[in-house]
Design a protein around this ligand. Structure first.
Ligand code: IVH
Length: 704
């Protein structure tokens, strides 16, 4: 039976509203209320409805974020109100803030004894300025700043930014332009570059360039792997809306419309308030998830702002107060090789020390030989160093070459396409003056390049001191054997001093030997010995992870422990048996098999066991003991009243059940809590029995 048209229109509207609500919860409030799969299910339903009835498609529909056309060029758009820039205070000390306050007071002709001026202090985001035009609450156009008078229409790319609402929340004015910065988070940037590196593709210079490049590209498909974010900081044209009388109130109103506004903003009084904000943000700059290049101070009262007006394109009531730059030029003095835990050789740039992003940097990673070549750097070059947040300092390119387009090694006779005056100049006849060593600089073992891989590795294994140090640190790590107090300084001392050559020797360290080390007090020696003793009681999964077998992370270690139940069975498994383990593929199986085939690795394991390392076979992993729920597959969904997801999982796994991520015909039970979504629907559809927390406890205790 055909349903009447209007109910489909109602369903589409309801789906749109629901999806908008959940997108807001997810992107803006960071508090998702439904699982991603449930969101996807609703999204697909709306998409199908719209496909069947294209007239139901509205410009604010969440389905309209994707699927734009490839453009011939960006269309210029004249701004209704010019997009201003801010005067920059380059004095990075507190004086910069005081100078601004003094200027404001002078321009407002405030007597010396009048109360301090109220400011709104906020972050200066390092991205690309965007104007969002909402008509009747619906996003109709997004433009770049351009020259301030005329920008470019980038609506279809901006629509893909999940954090930007396609429809404003609540009662929206007939017309409002919201201005802010599109940017890329550091973790999204690092992920993108890690992916590029894995593919052997070109890496991006910094989040700012990547965001700006993404927004201005003609093909919206290029937005797929580039996750951008947005923060609003002001307004453009408005009609039919009473703007709050302060800038801070305006930002609150923008946030209430569902547009992201950064929380690190304060209303402060006078110069002292500005200085305190500058200091506060400087201290946490590294921990912010995105780059900033300073803070912005704005006179908070809109009436005072209007009284002060502009000089050319810059308002007199605002200033940007900078921090030390996160990119600097310096000389590449040499390239060293660092050897990691798995033997990977990483070229590290030795730099003429330079002050970047608040610290002095003299080393920076070059990642691998191929990235180094792509960037076209040579020892002796002037290079661009970037250090942002906690990320390891990096060389992004050399002066004179656009790192985004640098040629790896132009063939002989190629002339520069850039010509005189161009900044882009591939190095003619680029001959790298660095080679990967054929033998490990630490232990002298042969270096191998993996077939088709980009990495070079030392084949020395634990014979190599560098690998041994890293192996010890990994072994002692919190998620491995959890040996408190065994950090890198101590490991250096232990290995360099010849106190430790193999992992088991760790457990032979006594207070006497340790106290003999430089800077080691008796008390810390005793603490370490106690920590070592304590670490002996562990789980099979932790122990397997601690061994540092290539490709065996925490999850695989757990799967191995659960599957085999005992160390001997893991050690004796052949590749075919290993392949039977959850999520273990041929590469991982081969790596585990090869590891335990090496007599010296087996010896290490035996010595560790002899040192007294032991695990309770019932704890965490159900091992040789009874596995009453063995063979059962359980899926957890929603929030349980008292147990966390991890606790529920641990209970089930201890009893031998397998906890899976998705519901299928193989699922024995689904345990559902509050706000269980599509997994619960699927269970009902397939007739899989559903338990609540009490049911789960019953299952586990009945089994015990
Ligand atoms: S206000 C009235 N606030 O900095 C002045 N701009 O030169 C209009 N920016 O391209 C800008 N963070 O994209 C303002 N909290 C902030 C900002 C900010 C970053 C950028 C903006 C503009 C440039 C100003």
């Amino acid at each position: 039976m055909l349903r009447p048209m209007n109910s489909e229109a109602e369903r589409a509207a309801a789906l749109r509203a629901t999806l908008q609500h959940h997108a807001h919860q997810y992107y803006v409030l960071d508090a998702p209320q439904i699982p991603d799969a449930e969101y996807d299910r609703l999204f697909l339903e709306l998409q199908a409805l719209e496909q069947a009835h294209p007239e139901l498609r509205t410009p604010d529909s969440p389905t309209q974020r994707i699927g734009g056309r490839v453009l011939d060029g960006l269309v210029p758009v004249r701004h209704a109100l010019p997009m201003l820039s801010i005067r920059t205070e380059t004095d990075t000390t507190a004086e910069g803030a005081r100078a601004f306050d003094a200027r404001v007071r002078r321009e407002l002709a405030l007597p010396e004894d009048s109360p301090p001026v109220e400011y709104n202090a906020e972050l200066k985001f390092d991205g690309l300025a965007i104007n969002l035009r909402y008509e009747g609450g619906v996003l109709v156009q997004a433009t770049t700043r351009g020259d301030g008078e005329t920008g470019e229409d980038v609506t279809q790319n901006v629509r893909t930014i999940g954090r930007i609402p396609l429809r404003l929340v609540g009662e929206a004015p007939p017309l409002i332009e919201i201005r802010g910065e599109a940017y890329m988070r550091r973790d999204d940037f690092e992920r993108l570059n890690a992916l590029q590196r894995e593919k052997g593709g070109k890496t991006f210079i910094n989040p700012r360039n990547t965001a700006a490049g993404a927004i201005r590209q003609l093909d919206p498909a290029g937005m797929v792997d580039k996750k951008l974010s947005f923060f609003a900081y002001g307004l453009g044209e408005i009609r039919g809306w009473a703007q709050p009388p302060t800038h801070s109130g305006t930002l609150d109103a923008i946030a209430a419309f569902g547009v992201p506004v950064n929380a690190d903003r304060r209303v402060v009084q006078g110069a002292d308030g500005l200085v305190a904000f500058h200091v506060e943000i400087a201290a946490k700059r590294d921990q912010l998830p995105f780059d900033i290049d300073g803070v912005v101070y704005k006179v908070n009262s809109i009436a005072l702002q209007q009284r002060m007006g502009f000089v050319t394109r810059e308002p007199r009531w605002a200033v940007a107060h900078k921090y030390p730059a996160q990119e600097q030029l310096t000389r590449l003095n040499a390239i060293d090789i660092q050897v990691g835990r798995t033997g990977k050789l990483t070229p590290v740039a030795k730099l003429e020390p330079v002050f970047v992003g608040g610290t002095t940097v003299s080393n920076a990673t070059l990642h691998n030989l191929f990235e180094l070549r792509r960037k076209g750097v040579r020892v002796g070059d002037t290079v661009i160093v970037r250090r942002a947040g906690d990320v390891i300092p990096e060389i992004v390119g050399r002066v004179g070459v656009d790192p985004q387009t640098a040629l790896p090694s132009p063939p002989e006779g190629v002339t520069s396409p850039g010509g005189a005056g161009s900044t882009w100049r591939p190095r003619e006849h680029y001959v790298p003056n660095f080679r990967m060593p054929r033998s490990c600089p630490v232990c002298g073992s042969a270096v191998q390049r993996e077939k088709q891989g980009i990495d070079h590795r030392c084949t020395g294994g634990l014979f190599c001191a560098a690998q041994r140090k890293q192996a010890l640190l990994h072994f002692a790590g919190r998620r491995a054997m959890d040996i408190e107090g065994l950090g890198d300084k101590l490991v250096d001392q232990l290995v360099d001093g010849g106190l430790i050559r193999t992992l088991p020797e760790l457990y032979k360290l006594g207070v006497a030997k340790l106290s003999a080390l430089e800077r080691m007090a008796d008390k810390s020696a005793a603490n370490l010995v106690a920590a070592l003793e304590q670490s002996k009681r562990t789980t099979l999964a932790r122990f397997l992870y601690a061994l540092g077998i290539r490709h065996v992370g925490e999850a695989t270690a757990k799967d191995l422990a659960a599957h085999f139940g005992s160390l001997d069975r893991v050690m004796d498994a052949n590749e075919a048996q290993l392949l039977e383990v959850n999520d273990v593929g041929p590469v991982v199986a081969k790596s585990i098999y090869t590891f335990f085939q090496q007599p010296h690795n087996r010896e290490v394991v035996e010595q560790l066991r002899a040192a007294g390392i032991r695990w309770d076979e019932h704890e965490g992993v159900a091992a040789a003991g009874p596995k009453p729920l063995a063979g059962l597959t359980v899926v957890l969904t929603g929030t349980l009243p008292t147990l966390t997801r991890d606790e529920a999982k641990a209970l089930l796994e201890a009893a031998g059940a397998k906890v899976a991520g998705s519901v299928s015909r193989k699922t024995t039970y689904v345990v559902a809590g509050e706000e269980a979504g599509s997994k619960l629907d699927k269970a009902r559809e397939l007739g899989v029995p559903v338990l609540d927390e009490a049911g789960l406890r019953g299952l586990v205790s009945g089994a015990a």
